[in-house]
Design a protein around this ligand. Structure first.
Ligand code: SF4
Ligand code: SF4
Length: 424
């Protein structure tokens, strides 16, 4: 992509809203955010201090919005942003931040650094300073409909396998269904067992659902790279499909950033509320279980733990549902020392896993998860995000660990009590 410095600076300036201004004014330079970020803790490199990753935007804010900053510009005493700053910070902005929000949890003045990085990326991507892998994924999402290039034909082939294996009919474009299900490309390509589990659970629980042939992809590469136009286009496709089918709910799958995009950012991106509600698959499964429609039988006593996907748990608020569900089927469930909203990220969210250049750093910071697993000594880890799952599996393989990673929905499907065996 061509570089356009002037456009990048203009966009970066436009991203400085009242929240960003308040955050920069509030920072007391305590450095606590560093100890919360695995890119710092696993490398000891001060450049990976979260607030430092925002230095280009902070300098622009100071020059444009503060008295002393404007004064310094007038006297020629301040250092204006240069193209070299974009080049120097690109790696910090994209490779060393998963937008996991852990630093935001510890900041004593409440600065939401993940939100600020998301905004800073808008300026960087406008300037053309973004990783090639993320640019390509965004281009594929906009042109083909999926960041991994998954087409409707590929999805239909995956669904045909599920139908053959389960004997169930998978509904497509079913007008008036209650729920419209989204998938991430990774589930279609790498974990079709998720789709199969969903189909089996929904059939047993009598859920009225459908997939849209117009919008089945959940991943929003626009959010990850920092392009509100791309993000709005991708959310808009889902909204149009759901509203034309007249569904009551859209189900966000086991994919973290997809959930943030469709549930929390979407209405702002398209400039209006939806005519449906968004629910995460874990919230729905928990509801079905509590209402007695999803019945489970048997327990696994294998010692296992849960990796909390940051966007679903910390930033999305789905903290108790996975634990309630695990409690029903896993008697050997143990929590990591830092669990729930303070869990450590996998190291590959926020588009980091789509950025080949970041691979070495990503595998290095996986040591944080390795330490968490070593402390517990478990050999099974459950998660609820396909991206986390791939990243964790790669880390486990790289560190030659004996740990299996499984999806929560699949674990539940293994313990599904079929209607013919129920006594109710
Ligand atoms: S959001 Fe997560 S990865 Fe990014 S700086 Fe904060 S702690 Fe580090
Ligand atoms: S923890 Fe908050 S106040 Fe402290 S340096 Fe980081 S952003 Fe600034």
């Amino acid at each position: 992509m061509e570089h356009d410095f002037a456009k990048g600076v203009e966009e970066l300036g436009l991203q400085i809203d009242s929240r960003i201004a308040a955050y920069f004014s509030s920072c007391i330079h305590c450095g606590l955010c560093a100890e919360a970020c695995l890119f710092y803790t696993e490398t000891d490199d001060p450049r990976y201090t979260p607030i430092y990753k925002l230095e280009p935007m902070r300098r622009l804010w100071k020059a444009q919005h503060t008295f002393w900053g404007k004064f310094a510009v007038k006297l020629g005493l301040s250092k204006p942003l240069t193209e070299q700053d974009f080049a120097d910070w690109e790696e910090l902005v994209y490779d060393s931040c998963t937008m996991c929000g852990r630093c935001s949890m510890v900041c004593p003045v409440g600065n939401d650094i993940a939100y600020m990085i998301r905004k800073e990326r808008e300026g960087f991507s406008s300037a053309g300073y973004s990783p090639v892998g993320m640019q390509e994924a965004t281009h594929r999402a906009l042109t083909i409909g999926s960041p991994m290039g998954v087409t409707l034909k590929t999805l239909r082939a995956a669904l045909a396998h599920v139908e053959k294996d389960t004997g169930l009919n998978i509904p497509m474009d079913q007008q008036g269904a209650d729920y419209m299900t989204l998938f991430s490309s990774m589930e279609i390509v790498n974990f079709p067992e998720y789709i199969e589990s969903l189909a089996r659970i929904f059939a047993a629980a009598g859920v009225s659902w459908t997939i849209s042939s117009e919008a089945f992809e959940a991943t929003n590469s626009g959010i990850q790279i920092g392009s509100h136009q791309a993000a709005a286009e991708l959310v808009g496709r889902v909204v149009n499909a759901a509203e034309s089918l007249g569904v009551k709910y859209v189900i966000s799958p086991e994919c973290g950033h997809a959930y943030s995009a469709i549930r929390w950012e979407g209405p702002n991106l398209i400039g209006r509320p939806y005519r449906f509600q968004v629910i995460h698959i874990l919230e729905l499964l928990d509801e079905l279980q509590k209402s007695g429609r999803l019945q489970l039988s048997g327990h696994t006593d294998t010692p296992l733990t849960f990796h909390d996907p940051c966007q679903i748990v910390r930033r999305g608020g789905v903290v108790e549902s996975p634990r309630d569900l695990l409690g029903k089927v896993a008697s050997g469930f143990v929590e990591m020392a830092d669990h729930g909203t303070m869990n450590w990220c996998c190291g590959g969210g926020g588009g980091v896993s789509a950025n080949e250049r970041a691979e070495e750093l990503r595998l290095k910071v996986f040591d944080r998860k390795r330490k968490q697993l070593d402390e517990l000594g478990v050999t099974t880890m459950v998660t609820a995000c396909a991206n986390c799952r791939i990243v964790l599996e790669e880390g486990i393989e790289d560190r030659e660990m004996n740990v299996e990673v499984i999806g929560l929905t699949e674990l539940l499907a293994e313990h599904l009590l079929l209607p013919e065996k129920r006594t109710d």
